[in-house]
Design a protein around this ligand. Structure first.
Ligand SMILES: Cc1cc2nc3c(=O)[nH]c(=O)nc-3n(C[C@H](O)[C@H](O)[C@H](O)COP(=O)(O)OP(=O)(O)OC[C@H]3O[C@@H](n4cnc5c(N)ncnc54)[C@H](O)[C@@H]3O)c2cc1C
Length: 425
């Protein structure tokens, strides 16, 4: 079993990084080469701005190259719950921003001719307990009437037409959701940004930031210093660099994934005849889909731990047990890949984007960001071009997470708490 992401092992890496010296002045520096940063760099370069993107490692190898491959529409929240906490109008606006995000990914894939198996496959959210189905059903009427007519409630007896398992009590289908090969998309997005004129520096961590005036900053890296009229921070759950403001508001939580060997046509049909994305209703639940080459890509929170090779392997064993429980008809399929990544969680699991002391930012997608990161990159480029209203997240306040200053000491406690909640709710 390879301890690396399937997406990265089966994509040709981006080969257009800038090897030249770093210095001088540019219109925009983008910090972070995940989907947010790459998408922003692409949009900024297309306006004719001079753009430099600084990436600490290799582009699209953070969360953007380590995720589950789902490009789901709508918010991950229960819609009725979101409407109760934010008001119906605001909840609807956020829901539709995620719908628009899937459209943005689809548009960029088409415009830039990125070969990444993008497909509008739909998603099914599966109820792991009878009471979870009741909750889905209670929210469904409001969701369908007010935000998403392309949703469908599936009673328990209808589940097997979608997912070949007896452990679920019904589900909710979201027809607009999509999926793609994340490694090929990431490399294609970086290539498109470079083609449009953005200069992309890999292995170039930002180590210092000094505000000059307004939005202008001096940006320091081991490779040199550069000045920018505007800076966008797109560093996800970054544990490094001068980003204390963001680290106090984002909790980095590990999430883990395994990919099986390629399955036979009969096996595929027996487990996922609908070939949709699937997520389950537990807090520490699962998310899964099939790959373009017929593997089952099975993810879950597994453990509340950071991601590293030992931790990923342990989490892989926990995930394997969950997979076998859902699909006993597969026996014990060989696992070819196991990997983990860090999710940038906010306290309310809603992303944030805006401006803090002259620095622009977009992050905090909380595990539901493959689509929104691409969308927010484009939107923040528009904000940098003077269109503040292009930011759909501009009305969300962002208080600190109390007691949190960096690595989250409280994760095991949170994990234990959610484990108990999953058992009794
Ligand atoms: C295991 C896992 C599964 C997921 N599954 C899904 C899914 O199926 N569907 C979905 O919608 N979302 C999913 N997500 C979330 C989704 O992948 C992210 O929301 C999205 O990729 C965020 O993109 P980003 O560009 O903001 O951040 P990242 O992709 O994390 O990019 C941030 C980049 O910033 C760089 N950086 C950090 N610090 C510095 C610095 N000081 N200087 C320079 N560069 C720096 C990092 O190296 C990194 O490359 C998942 C996430 C994980 C971890």
């Amino acid at each position: 079993m390879k301890l690396l992401p399937y997406w990265q092992d089966t994509a040709t890496p981006f080969a257009g990084a800038d090897a030249g010296p770093l210095g001088g002045k540019v219109d925009a520096v983008v910090i972070g080469g995940g989907f947010t940063g790459l998408s922003a760099a692409l949009a900024l370069a297309k306006t004719g701005a001079s753009v430099v993107l600084l990436e600490a490692g290799r582009v699209a190898t953070g969360a953007s190259g380590r995720n589950g491959g789902h490009v789901n529409n709508g918010t991950a929240h229960d819609f009725a719950g979101l409407a109760a906490s934010l008001g119906l109008d605001h909840a609807r606006r956020l829901y539709h921003a995620f719908d628009a995000a899937v459209d943005t990914v689809e548009r960029i894939v088409a415009e830039e001719a990125i070969d990444c198996s993008f497909r509008r496959c739909g998603k099914i959210k599966l109820a792991a307990k009878p009471q979870h189905f009741d909750k889905l059903a209670a929210s469904f009427d409001l969701l369908q009437r007010e935000a998403d007519p392309d949703t469908r409630l599936i009673p328990r007896e209808g589940v097997r037409a979608e997912v070949g398992s007896d452990i679920y009590y019904g589900g909710l289908v979201y027809e607009k959701s999509a999926q793609m090969h994340m490694g090929r998309f990431g490399a294609g997005l970086a290539t498109a940004a470079a083609r449009a004129g953005a200069r992309i520096f890999e292995d170039t961590p930002v180590t210092g930031l000094t505000r000059l005036q307004g939005r202008a900053h001096r940006v320091e890296t081991p490779r040199g210093t550069i000045e920018a009229a505007q800076v966008l921070v797109a560093t996800g759950p970054s544990q490094k660099g001068p980003f204390g403001f963001f680290r106090r508001r984002i909790v980095a939580v590990g999430s883990f994934i395994v990919a099986t060997e390629p399955l036979s046509k009969d096996q595929l049909h027996s487990i996922m005849p609908g070939r949709r994305n699937a997520t389950t209703s537990r807090i520490i639940g699962h998310y899964y889909r099939l790959s373009p080459d017929d593997r089952l890509i099975w993810g879950g929170r597994a453990r509340f731990a950071m991601s590293n090779p030992t931790s990923d392997a342990k989490s892989g064993r926990i995930l394997e047990a969950g997979l076998q429980q859902a699909f006993p008809q597969l026996g014990k399929p060989r696992l070819d890949y196991c990997w983990g990544g860090l999710v940038d969680m906010t306290a309310d699991r809603l992303p944030r984007a805006g401006e803090h002391e002259g620095l622009l930012y977009a992050m905090g997608y909380s595990g539901h960001g493959a689509q929104m990161s691409v969308h927010m990159g484009q939107n923040m480029a528009a904000v940098m071009g003077g269109r503040a209203e292009a930011n759909p997240l501009r009305d969300l306040p962002w208080p600190v997470v109390p007691g949190h200053f960096g690595p989250a000491w409280f994760l095991p406690l949170v994990g234990a708490y959610f484990g108990i909640k999953d058992r009794f709710q």
